[in-house]
Design a protein around this ligand. Structure first.
Ligand code: DX5
Ligand code: ZN
Length: 220
């Protein structure tokens, strides 16, 4: 099965955004991972619609938009307009998650739900069949460059079991502290897509680093 690498644009050089977007276009990456933070759901603010539009202008791959914002329902149509292909909301930020997920689907995007490190997989039992992606946070959301939380392997296994049991077609994505030291074990546990920010952009050659990560999970 094809495993997917999603470099996180949060770790890019915003002064050279077009250059970094082209780097991802020309690499073995599969998705653009785009982190939107509102300073309320998480203690940090990243960027919003104008920046996502600017990325979309050049991006030639799937736009995987991760919303770390309260009340995401307010902006679903707007994220579609600026080019989101997958729209992921946080379980912890949605009182009426089923309604939110249906609205994302109705707007013509793939549906994603993210879980914070403390949130158990079991809360997804009654919605898993509606989800294209579950994004498991392997750090507390809000910042790039944090250390990977080891309990994530167990959560990936539990989610995989839920997906198989429910006969769902959901992809498992892992976000936070992903490196060449944990990506294989995550893949063996059942993960399909891997977000990597600092590990890619702080490396000497981001294009090669993306290729190395891809080769670890999809040996050619
Ligand atoms: C964290 C974001 C991540 C972040 C990952 O809140 O959701 O996508 O960019 O960055 P690294 O790979 O540096 O942990
Ligand atoms: Zn993210």
């Amino acid at each position: 099965m094809n495993k997917l690498i999603a470099p996180s644009v949060l770790a890019a050089d915003f002064g050279n955004l077009q250059r970094d977007v082209e780097m991802i276009n020309n690499s073995k990456a599969d998705w653009f991972h785009i982190d939107v933070m509102d300073g309320v759901f998480v203690p940090n603010i990243s960027f919003g619609m104008p920046v996502i539009s600017a990325i979309k202008k050049h991006a030639k791959k799937t736009m995987d938009v991760h919303l770390m914002i309260v009340n995401p329902d307010r902006f679903i149509e707007d994220f579609k307009k600026v080019g989101a292909d997958i729209l992921t909301v946080h379980y912890e930020a949605c009182t009426h998650l089923h309604r939110t997920v249906q609205a994302i689907k109705a707007a013509g995007m793939k549906t994603g739900v993210s879980l914070n490190p403390h949130t158990p997989i079991a809360v997804l039992e009654d919605i898993i069949k509606d989800l294209d992606v579950v994004l498991i946070m392997s750090v507390n959301p809000g910042f790039g460059g944090q250390s990977f939380i080891e309990n994530t392997y167990k959560k990936v296994q539990q989610l995989k079991a839920l997906i198989v049991y429910s006969e769902a077609n959901t992809l498992i994505e892992v976000d936070g502290g992903v490196t060449d030291q944990n990506i294989e074990q995550l893949s063996e546990a059942g993960a399909d897509a891997f977000v990597a920010g600092s590990f890619v952009f702080k490396s000497e050659n981001p294009t090669n680093t993306i290729a190395d990560l891809k080769n670890l999970v999809c040996p050619s």
